[in-house]
Design a protein around this ligand. Structure first.
Ligand code: T4K
Length: 408
């Protein structure tokens, strides 16, 4: 470990019982549980008048005035056309349909939430899994290219953890092979590339505003695109496929955002920039420790990006630490820190997608085997972040004993 990481060695002595990890009998670092997510919502008082007026008027859904206002502000912020939806999954499915995907193959990462390939399947196409970049955990463009066939219709990349994909390379693959390029940006609302909010890359991007996200409307999501026709198609599809005069050109679903969600979204947008700054600061602190600890590997984000950091992913090098990922997770729980191992079952190994022939995804497999997601809250204090690091530091400093205990 180099000297910067040792700055985080919190003046402990090896045998001091106060500094023993809780799993070895020490005092837990947190008395209250630290969960992976701590959503913060606006005070109900702030939206009460508007919500009440919606209730009094009786217009609570079906493209009401607050949804329209929310879409207008989102469109200004992202600099493209925007259609809201009732969740990120419906936004993703409708984005695919509106881009004309209903058959053939769509290249997706396996290292993602199951919602990504599910959406492809629901649209009648076949997800084809490609490997990820070992630094960003997003689709690796060269591997994507190697999986393009005459059946390929689209690339559906994911901005996982809020880290943006290599838009330039993926978009140029789209041009070169005449494919749609779509982004499942569910985890990444608020991420900036070249100082601008993402939303206008490829043919379209979809976002989630779920309660677990950095920016949330409780449930909700949107599709963003510079293509007005595509957004108009999403608008029809989310309302049963009805066009303005009641005719249906295709079968849609009900995926409309209710007024209450739009009101929460409008209120949340006020604090968006300060929330993003806080999340960046938390990620910076994690990077400071894990980035120079030889027992861990951190994502490497291109300099022109400011991710919204849904979570902070860190890879555990068990051969160096003498402690594996699952043992670390168990020992952290004893400290009252409940981290997650998101995407440790990559989609290509899920029953819905498992094939007789093994899929060659070496980076995906190794990341999935060693990753933990650390919490990044909109209001996480420096102290909380430092104590999470301290909890990990204590455990890895006693890795041999912790490992022995956790294998029993
Ligand atoms: N594409 C991608 C790449 C995605 O990651 C997702 C969703 C989608 C598409 C689809 O977007 P949505 O349709 O969901 O808008 C979560 C979320 O449900 C899901 O949005 C997310 N990705 C996925 C990665 O994870 P869990 O399994 O983590 O949720 P749960 O219930 O275990 O809660 C996590 C923590 O959050 C717990 O500590 C409790 C806390 N929590 C949760 C909720 C729901 C709260 O404090 N309040 C809450 O209301 O799924």
């Amino acid at each position: 470990m180099d000297s910067r990481a040792t700055n985080f060695l919190f003046s402990q002595t090896w045998n001091d019982p106060n500094c023993l990890p809780a799993i070895l009998g020490g005092k837990p670092i947190f008395t209250e549980p630290i969960h992976i997510v701590r959503p913060r919502f606006p005070n109900a008082f702030h939206i009460a008048d508007n919500f009440n007026s919606a209730l009094v008027k009786g217009q609570v859904t079906n493209h009401g005035r607050f949804v329209r206002a929310f879409e207008k502000v989102l469109a200004e912020l992202l600099g493209v056309y925007v259609a809201t939806c009732n969740n990120g999954q419906s936004a993703l499915m409708l984005m695919l349909r509106a881009a004309g995907i209903d058959s053939g193959e769509v290249i997706v990462p396996s290292y993602t939430f199951c919602a990504t390939p599910h959406a492809v399947k629901w649209c009648g196409a076949k997800p084809v899994f490609a490997d990820i970049d070992q630094n960003t955990f997003c689709l690796e463009p060269k591997d994507v290219e190697s999986r393009i066939t005459p059946e390929t219709r689209a690339i559906l990349a994911v901005d996982l953890y809020g880290i943006a994909c290599d838009y330039e390379k993926l978009n140029s693959l789209g041009v070169q092979y005449n494919l749609k390029v779509l982004y499942d940006s569910a985890p990444a609302f608020g991420t900036k590339v070249n100082k601008s909010f993402i939303g206008g890359s490829g043919d379209a991007q979809s976002f989630s505003f779920h309660a677990t996200k950095a920016f949330t409307t409780m449930e909700g999501g949107c599709v963003a695109s510079s293509n007005h026709e595509l957004i108009e198609r999403v608008v029809a599809l989310r309302n049963f496929g009805q066009e303005q005069r009641g005719d249906c050109y295709e079968a849609g679903i009900n995926a409309k955002m209710p007024e209450i969600c739009a009101l929460i979204g409008l209120e949340h947008l006020n604090g968006l920039n300060s929330v993003l700054l806080r999340r960046s600061e938390v990620a910076r602190k994690y990077t400071e420790y894990f980035g120079c600890h030889e027992g861990f590997r951190t994502p490497k984000v291109p300099a022109n990006q400011q991710p919204s950091w849904l979570y902070y992913p860190v890879l555990v090098k068990s051969d160096v630490l003498g402690l594996n990922r699952n043992q670390l997770v168990k020992a952290l729980a004893a400290e009252n820190v409940y981290v997650r191992t998101y995407f440790d079952l990559p989609c290509h190994l899920m029953s819905a997608y498992k094939q007789a022939e093994p899929t060659n995804l070496p980076v995906t497999n190794s990341v999935a085997d060693s990753v933990i997601s650390l919490p990044v809250y909109n209001d996480m204090t420096n102290n909380e972040c430092e104590r999470i690091i301290e909890a990990i530091d204590r455990i890895v400093n006693h890795s041999e004993r912790v490992s022995l205990l956790c294998t029993r």
